[in-house]
Write a protein that binds this ligand. Structure first.
Ligand code: OSB
Ligand code: MG
Length: 375
């Protein structure tokens, strides 16, 4: 399969509600949308989830734009990609590009979508997914007050979400969890610190062991497995790693050293769906549960997350909420909604199974660029 064109769109979309974490407060979300077209006119879409600011990870829309244009696109456009496995061929070509997993994931996703459309197969089928609908939860940002947080949790439970995740940071942790637990004693609940603690300050979280949490997500630094191992030894509650796992090797090492007992898999963070499936398989072989994380994706990335979360070892609900939790107007025509049983249905049309609303995409695009094969 020879690509005829790659187009990148730098997109900025207003969020329905500001999203606050230990690393900052977002009112808008940026990302890069990737459009890949083959010589027959088939089109595949991808989403690179790097944000405007390097708060969650070092990649930004600016760095990803640069890496995509200068290195990844030329590698993909150079010569025909392997027809049976274009995503794997692309990853082989860009192995010499160190890091930048989100940039790689964005282009890889477009190749999966294109491959699925060319072969008439859904991404779920291509990846080996087994569920038609997947259980989902909601990730709630830091709120102005504890009361506001408890109200917000109640609102989402009333909508039918089966699992709640709340963001924490030093000083806004045990008190918030205690209040939510008092109000909702049996709700599946977990917390996410986005690396806001050190081994020393994390000892303040010890009371969380008595609140029957599903897990504590990424309490310590993103580049640190060893201190997570030390912390896990002090906690009964499973530690779950997010930021620290950016490749299958990190997942293997984290499990070997007992630095985590659960893994959050985000296809963007780990460099694409191929790596995401590899991490899923590795955890499955060791009986370690995984769940699908989110990055406030548009309908494009959301469709990919749903397909991924349909694999058998995604046994915990994902951060894959309904479209209206994020955006009043999305860039896909499909809007994802919550089923009565707290699941979202996995698309089953070819590729990602979505159609892009080009006028919405245009309305949110800050800049775009188009690249073609060398003459
Ligand atoms: O740490 O899981 C995270 C959003 C952006 C960046 C990092 C994270 C998040 C979320 C929201 O928690 C997940 C979602 O609903 O998409
Ligand atoms: Mg997280």
């Amino acid at each position: 399969m020879q690509l005829a064109r790659l187009t990148f769109y730098r997109v900025r979309m207003p969020l329905q509600h500001p999203f606050e974490t230990s690393f900052g407060r977002m009112t808008h979300r940026e990302c890069i949308v990737v459009e890949a077209e083959d010589e027959a006119g088939h089109i595949g879409w991808g989403e690179c989830p790097a944000d405007r600011d390097p708060g969650y990870a070092y990649e930004t829309t600016g760095t990803a734009w640069h890496i995509l244009q200068e290195f990844l696109a030329p590698a993909a456009l150079q010569t025909p990609l392997n027809d049976e496995a274009p995503a794997a061929d692309f990853q082989r070509r860009v192995r010499a590009v160190r890091g930048h997993p989100m940039a790689k994931a964005g282009l890889e996703m477009a190749l999966w979508d294109l491959h699925g459309r060319r072969t008439g197969r859904s991404l779920r089928a291509l990846l080996g997914g087994v569920q038609e609908r997947v259980p989902v939860g909601v990730s709630i940002g830091l709120q102005p007050s504890t009361d506001a947080l408890v109200r917000r949790v109640g609102d989402f439970l009333a909508l039918g979400y089966r699992r709640i995740k709340i963001k924490i940071k030093p000083g806004r942790d045990v008190g918030e969890v205690a209040a939510v637990r008092r109000a909702f004693p049996d709700t599946p609940l977990q917390v996410d610190a986005n690396s806001a603690y050190t081994l020393e300050t994390a000892r303040a979280l010890k009371p969380l062991d008595d609140f029957n949490l599903l897990l504590i997500e990424q309490p310590l630094a993103e580049d640190d497995l060893w201190d997570h191992h030390k912390l896990q030894a002090e906690f009964r509650t499973p530690i779950c790693l997010d930021e620290s796992i950016v490749a299958p090797r990190h997942a293997r090492q984290a499990l070997e050293m007992d630095a985590a007992r659960v893994i959050n898999i985000k296809q963007g963070r780990v460099g694409g769906l191929l790596n995401a499936v590899a991490i899923h398989n590795l955890a499955q072989a060791q009986g370690v549960p995984v769940w699908c994380g989110g990055m406030l994706e548009t309908g494009i990335g959301r469709a990919a997350n749903l397909a991924l979360a349909s694999l058998p070892n995604f046994t915990l609900p994902g951060d894959i909420s309904a479209t209206d939790r994020y955006y009043a107007r999305d860039i896909t025509r499909e809007r994802f909604t919550l089923n009565a049983d707290g699941t979202i249905t996995v698309p089953d049309a070819p590729g990602l199974g979505i159609t892009v609303d080009r006028s919405a995409l245009a309305a949110y695009t800050l800049r775009s660029t188009r690249l073609t094969p060398p003459a």
